[in-house]
Ligand binder design. Sequence first.
Ligand SMILES: Cc1cc2nc3c(=O)[nH]c(=O)nc-3n(C[C@H](O)[C@H](O)[C@H](O)COP(=O)(O)O)c2cc1C
Length: 216
Amino acid sequence: MAPAGGRNGPSMRAPTGSKLKPGLTGRCAGWHGLLAPIKGGAAMAEDHIAKVMDEMPYGLYIIGSKMEGEVNGMMADWVMQVSFEPRLVAVAFENDAHTLHNIRSTNVFTINALSQNADSMDLAGKFAQPYYGAKIKGRTRMAADEIHHKLGGISHKPGANGCPILDAAMAWMECEAQHFVPTGDHTLVIAGVVEARLVKDAQPLTSSYTGWNYSG
Ligand SMILES: Cc1cc2nc3c(=O)[nH]c(=O)nc-3n(C[C@H](O)[C@H](O)[C@H](O)COP(=O)(O)O)c2cc1C
């Protein structure tokens, strides 16, 4: 699947059909501010910040969620471990993500890791679509009215918490949300890991491998 947009351009490199980079307006100077003098005012600083943040490497995951008998999957790379004891992970969700809505209602989700190969990239690309077509601005009325049942035709089974585990996953975790922290245009969900499996020994899919940026 061909990523769209330039690496440091105004839009993120992403699978076709995905939502473009949310207009980030972060004001944090960040660690890179210690290394590079900021010239040319706020706009220039924003450019530097976006460029450096584009260099941060991420893993690429499919977050599984459920709500009233329906399961959903979304692509996410803002996923990380945040504690050893207890074992906690954090995922940052767009405030209007359908997945976040599901997790707020059920408190549970899965994290699926895919392996580095072309088939996994094709599969992952399907999960960049929003559940509600209307989430992507500028769509025709018909496309905006569409609901994407992204797991249709994709082999998966429910985990013990009812959220989808992809047959193609090289590893998965079942998570229970503990905290919802507002973080600008995203909400950070901090969750306990209650079950996990390494299904096969493989290299996990990363933003460096796919070239898809969700950052800046
Ligand atoms: C490479 C890539 C990484 C992404 N990472 C995240 C992320 O970490 N958090 C997030 O909320 N959205 C992320 N997105 C956007 C979501 O995948 C997208 O908004 C999705 O449509 C939401 O699905 P939902 O409406 O089913 O919840 C990413 C998109 C791409 C292309």
